[in-house]
Design a protein around this ligand. Structure first.
Ligand code: NDP
Ligand code: MG
Length: 390
């Protein structure tokens, strides 16, 4: 049976990989709508390639360009937040949520409709408003399938036993471009150097998060919400080959792991289909050719963001929301050249400590989470020298 699919963030790195999976399985999926941010021409192109019925651009200023690029195709289009929301309201069995950053929260949350599947890449939605999001997903009987490779691996590894028998669930990190660099050398690294990821090809924000290891910290919080595991049962291992993505250690000492070559099309295909494996014409994992897999503990001294995220997960309340917001502002400032690499954790830590004395409870609704997010962004902007808009 063909399933209808809407892709949020269709022009991004995950969006493009999703288009490849869909085009390889035209009999499985029909694309209802595609959503992009600012790039009208790229959105029009992906809409045409996929034969989508509707294309929505978040940036209202791109409306005319989008409409013109789609003229004669029969594909409807719209621009602005209302068009984005129209896209998620349209009938679709599956929503692939891959807008980058907290900007993805409102459309992803609006996509929660009874009986749907959400293939979730946008981890920031869960870090910002995980309790509210997951509560409503359960209430509405929405199946959340993780696209993030580590969580996709854990989803399957965890199915090998009962949640209560999990001693530890471990996600791996490739270690990013600075894994072997000294702290001193990292301190003067440019955003360009931080974006040169050794394994994965990804969008700009997640690239910087991978260099600071904040990405792994956000993923710990994501895993907490997806699988209902507390901080004491979640851990990170650095694994430069990026073959083992997630491991579950059981109470009897056995370990179940999820392995694959590092290609996001693998977890995307799995999250889209859900109930069975699609045939993917991709290179196969050849462990004998790889020969050796290595693992290290993460270094909190050179990569303090991971420890900050672990502390935020343990603290709970509003702190994960604050951490995520402060990190987004700091990463933007670092990419703009306004601050140095270690000013990212410095800013995050200072903003978190401003909020930690206030004992704000866990946001129970998305509106509450967004209010905390806004305030944390403003606090972060005040700490950053150059003008960065909240
Ligand atoms: P990219 O930056 O490559 O793509 C982001 C997408 O979101 C683009 O289509 C962009 O449109 C769109 N977008 C940005 N802002 C808005 C907005 N306000 N409204 C609507 N659309 C918007 O990011 P990635 O694909 O790398 O990452 C997407 C998400 O997936 C992130 O949350 C990331 O953490 C997660 N993820 C990514 C992985 C990867 O390998 N890349 C792995 C695991 C998770 P435009 O191009 O027009 O700006
Ligand atoms: Mg990941």
């Amino acid at each position: 049976m063909t399933r209808s699919l809407t892709i949020l963030g269709a022009t991004g790195s995950i969006g493009r990989s999703t288009a490849d999976v869909v085009l390889a399985h035209r009999d499985e999926f029909r694309v209802e709508a595609v959503v992009g941010g600012r790039n009208a021409l790229a959105l029009a192109e992906v809409a045409r390639r996929l034969g989508a019925r509707f294309a929505a651009l978040a940036d209202e200023g791109g409306a005319a360009t989008l409409q013109q690029a789609l003229s004669g195709t029969g594909i409807e289009s719209g621009a602005g937040q209302s068009a984005v929301l129209e896209a998620v309201e349209r009938e679709a069995d599956i929503i692939l949520a891959a807008i980058s950053g907290t900007a993805g929260l409102v459309p992803t949350y609006a996509a929660l409709k009874p009986g749907r599947r959400i293939a979730l890449a946008n981890k920031e939605s869960l870090v910002c408003a995980g309790d509210a999001f997951m509560t409503d997903a359960r209430r509405l009987n929405v199946e959340i399938m993780p696209v993030d490779s580590e969580h996709n691996a854990l989803e399957h590894a965890l199915a090998a036993g009962l949640n209560r028998d999990v001693e530890k669930a471990v996600i791996t990190a490739s270690g990013g471009p600075f894994r072997t660099w000294s702290r001193q050398r990292i301190s003067s690294a440019s955003a360009k150097e931080a974006s040169a990821h050794p394994v994965w090809s990804m969008g700009s924000k997640i690239n910087i998060d991978s260099a600071t290891l904040m990405n792994k910290g956000l993923e710990l919080i994501e895993a907490h919400h997806l699988f209902g595991l507390g901080a004491e049962r979640l851990d990170v291992l650095v694994h430069p080959e990026a073959i083992v993505h997630g491991l579950v250690q059981w109470t009897d000492g056995a370990v179940t792991a999820g392995l694959a070559l590092p290609d996001m099309k693998v977890p995307i295909a799995n999250a889209l289909r859900g109930d069975r494996r699609l045939r993917m014409e991709l290179p196969r994992l050849d462990l004998a050719a790889i020969g050796r897999l290595s693992f290290e503990r993460p270094d909190d001294d050179r990569f303090p963001c991971l420890a900050l995220a672990k502390a935020a997960l343990r603290a709970g309340g509003a702190i994960p929301t604050v951490l995520n917001a402060a990190n987004e502002i700091a990463v933007e400032a670092y990419m703009a050249g306004s601050i140095g690499f270690y000013d990212i954790p410095e800013t995050v830590e200072r903003v978190c400590s401003t909020f930690s004395g206030r004992q704000i409870s866990t946001p129970a609704t998305v509106a509450e989470a967004l209010a905390i997010d806004r305030e944390a962004r403003q606090t972060a902007c005040r700490l950053i020298p150059a003008p960065v808009e909240a």
